[in-house]
Ligand binder design. Structure first.
Ligand code: NAD
Length: 471
């Protein structure tokens, strides 16, 4: 059975009513109060705890996600963000004083964070709980109302998310709209104050266009091919281990999974042997029997991935079971750079290997392609690491590991160029969902007259001095 939510007949009229209700509610200023925000965040935290088993079961149903991965990357991830927001909200929301030039004397200047208003969150299916709720946490912390649309391709998670929110929050404040393209388009017809989208680069362009019609600011968390450079001078064993973990977690369906390897030719053979041995170590001789290994989200994606297998020589894995939506962890060598395997984002458990003789080639390879969401480098050579950091651009980087930069909420998470616009997590989420209002507060104590007309005759020299001194 295909796992897609059927149309919910959510119409443009209903979308408009919902957005209007949220706008009216926002106008009451209730959502701006810090106490209110804290209470809602705490409520969400309690609900996630209450529904923890159902959430874990739902992501297992949708993606065969092992309890460890489901807890670490979905539930705990959101809970940590909630804890941080609850503990730090007062500090984050406090106006930030900045300097004031003498010219304005007597005055004070500060930056005040204010919520945008009604926010739309659109999520993908690969981490269907985390990627829906993490932006919701930021939007609530910042004092917005939220309408969120989970992915129709993860229907069990979509259902539990809708239950958690729609049965416990008022729709004028926080509401989940389940559905697919039609429902999203009905929402996109409306004027939101902010749109937060996570998904593919192609759909990201559609969202950007829809937002432009209303001049709505956006965050686009997109995808693409994230490269991984493996230098000659590395710790081969740990490199292979950390690589296999990051590539094949969630069956490769991770936006920041290393998409392909750029390997120094001299260590390729050894590395491949170690990668193979860790695949077997993690998932056994038959990964289809492993409870730690995921499944492809649906048959369409499975067929897409299966068609990529002809893009290189399979040196490990390659087994496909359509009925079970299974593709074995697969390593490919001698890849055709013009094939879909190397032209499209893989987003599945296929690991192509490209060799290089000189680091220059690897850097150029990356620079000739769209800016990636993530870039990885394994090396013990600090100079080479700095060279790669200086010469390439990417949304985020982990050195000597994979995926891990996402697990530090002090770091902003987002893309650059084709991989996205804007970044979130922790305080960065609060900032992203807050307009930074500039406030200059003058006093009536002193009234200078120089700026007022009529200006009369001015000495340019004197004016220059005055401006240099006071501004
Ligand atoms: P997708 O772009 O197909 O869908 C994302 C959302 O957009 C879904 O909710 C879907 O219903 C909606 N949508 C799809 N087509 C639409 C249309 N024509 N009009 C309006 N809405 C539409 O992405 P996906 O397949 O769910 O997710 C996979 C992609 O997301 C990959 O490219 C991956 O790299 C990327 N991704 C990025 C991040 C990140 O944080 N940057 C995280 C996860 C996934």
């Amino acid at each position: 059975m295909e796992t897609i939510i059927s149309s919910t007949n959510f119409s443009n009229v209903e979308a408009q009513e919902l957005v209007d209700r949220q706008r009216r509610y926002f106008m009451t200023n209730v959502t701006k109060k810090l106490d209110f925000r804290r209470r809602q965040l705490q409520r969400l935290r309690d609900l996630i705890e209450q529904y923890e088993d159902d959430i874990m079961q739902a992501v297992f149903t949708d993606l065969h996600k092992h309890e460890f991965e489901a807890y670490a990357a979905e539930v705990s991830f959101v809970r940590k963000d909630l804890d941080k927001a609850i503990a730090n909200l007062g500090k984050w929301a406090h106006p930030v004083n900045v300097g004031t030039p003498l010219f304005h004397f007597k005055a004070s200047s500060y930056i005040q964070s204010e919520p945008y208003g009604s926010v739309l969150v659109i999520a993908p299916w690969n981490y269907p709980f985390q990627l829906l709720f993490a932006p919701i946490v930021g939007a609530i912390a910042a004092g917005n109302t939220v309408i969120a649309k989970p992915s129709e391709l993860a229907p069990a998670t979509s259902k539990i998310c809708a239950k958690i929110i729609n049965e416990h929050f008022e729709p004028q404040y926080l509401h989940i709209v389940e559905g697919a393209v039609a429902e999203t388009q009905a929402l996109l017809e409306q004027k939101f104050d902010y749109i937060f989208f996570t998904g593919s680069t192609n759909v990201g362009k559609i969202i950007y266009q829809a937002a432009a019609r209303h001049l709505t600011p956006v965050t686009l968390e997109l995808g693409g091919k994230s490269p991984c450079i493996i230098d000659y001078d590395t710790h081969l064993k740990y490199t292979a281990k950390r690589l296999v973990w990051g590539k094949f977690a969630n069956a490769g369906q991770t936006c920041i999974a290393p998409d392909y390897l750029l390997v120094d030719r001299r260590i390729k053979a050894q590395l491949v042997e170690k990668i193979k041995s860790y695949i077997t170590h993690f998932y056994g001789e038959n990964p289809q029997d492993s409870s730690s290994y995921g499944r492809i989200i649906n048959e369409q994606h499975l067929q897409r991935l299966a068609s990529y297998l002809s893009g290189g020589n399979i040196v490990h894995g390659g087994h496909v079971d359509v009925k079970d939506k299974f593709i074995a962890p697969t390593v490919l060598d001698n890849v055709d750079l013009n094939s879909p395997l190397m032209q499209e984002e893989i987003f599945g458990p296929l690991l192509p290997i490209v060799e290089y003789d000189d680091l220059r080639e690897a850097i150029d390879f990356i620079k000739q392609r769209p800016k990636p969401l993530a870039l990885y480098m394994f090396s013990k050579d600090g100079q080479k690491i700095q060279r790669v950091l200086q010469e390439t651009s990417a949304g985020g980087v982990t050195i000597n590991d994979t995926l891990m930069h996402i697990a530090n909420s002090e770091l902003p998470f987002g893309g650059v160029g084709n991989s996205g616009i804007g970044a979130y997590h922790g305080k960065h989420s609060f900032d992203l969902f807050s307009h930074k209002k500039a406030v200059l507060h003058r006093s009536f104590l002193i009234e200078e007259s120089i700026r007022y007309a009529p200006y009369g005759k001015v000495s340019r020299k004197w004016l220059k001095r005055l401006m240099d001194w006071t501004l």
